[in-house]
Design a protein around this ligand. Structure first.
Ligand SMILES: [Zn+2]
Ligand SMILES: [Zn+2]
Length: 209
């Protein structure tokens, strides 16, 4: 049985398509409406390919399964600019293929970020995200402070403090810590993404202008 090497093209909206996928003709049919396009996007994976079925692709069946698992769990493959899951598995296959065949590094980027970068809105969008998460943290801490201010000012009987306000306070502190932690994590990703963007895409953008 002959081994099939994948061969790739990128369509107008940045989707990686394998020309040797057994459903290739469906993928490039130009007369698709919106819903057919969504349906096609679901099929745009090696799992739908006949070569995966009979296991004669350069990417073996077991390797594709492993890649899919790691993609689902966001273990090894995640968007370099926002940290989110990569929805289109062929983007990962394409990246691995370029590295193994041509020793070229292709940045792994989710479809959302790709669209933002193409529209030259990535930087503005990332900065907006940073502001929102920072505001989140500030608002949480402010509200917690306000809460403590009021329970001190109200000067209630000790029993109320111990029976009701102590557990509520602990819960609120934990909730605040959790939200701050999540926001800080998102901020870290956004900063890392911006750094990555500046390194790999900014110059390209300038060249295009
Ligand atoms: Zn394939
Ligand atoms: Zn992304």
């Amino acid at each position: 049985m002959d081994r099939i090497d994948p061969s790739f093209e990128i369509d107008g909206i940045g989707r990686v398509i394998c020309k040797n996928h057994t459903k290739y003709l469906q993928f490039i049919d130009p007369d698709k409406d919106y819903f057919q396009d969504l349906y096609m996007e679901k099929k745009l994976t090696c799992l739908e390919c006949g070569h995966y079925e009979i296991d004669n692709c350069y990417f073996s069946k077991s390797r594709i399964d492993t890649i899919e698992q790691q993609r689902e769990k966001r273990k090894r493959y995640r968007c370099r600019t926002c940290g989110k899951k990569i929805d289109r598995m062929l983007s990962i296959i394409y990246k691995l293929f370029c590295k193994e065949f041509y020793d070229i590094e292709i940045p792994l980027i989710c479809c959302e970020c790709y669209e933002k970068i193409e529209a030259k809105e990535f930087k503005r969008y990332s900065k907006l995200k940073l502001d929102v998460f920072l505001l989140n943290i500030v608002a949480c801490i402010y509200l917690l402070g306000l809460y403590f201010y009021f329970i001190v000012v109200l000067n209630l009987p000790l029993i109320v403090y111990l029976a009701i306000l102590l557990p509520v306070s602990i819960a609120l502190i934990l909730l605040t810590l959790y939200i701050v932690y999540l926001s800080a994590k998102r901020i870290r990703y956004a900063l890392k993404g911006l750094k990555y963007y500046k390194k790999y895409f900014q110059d390209q953008e300038k060249k295009k202008v």
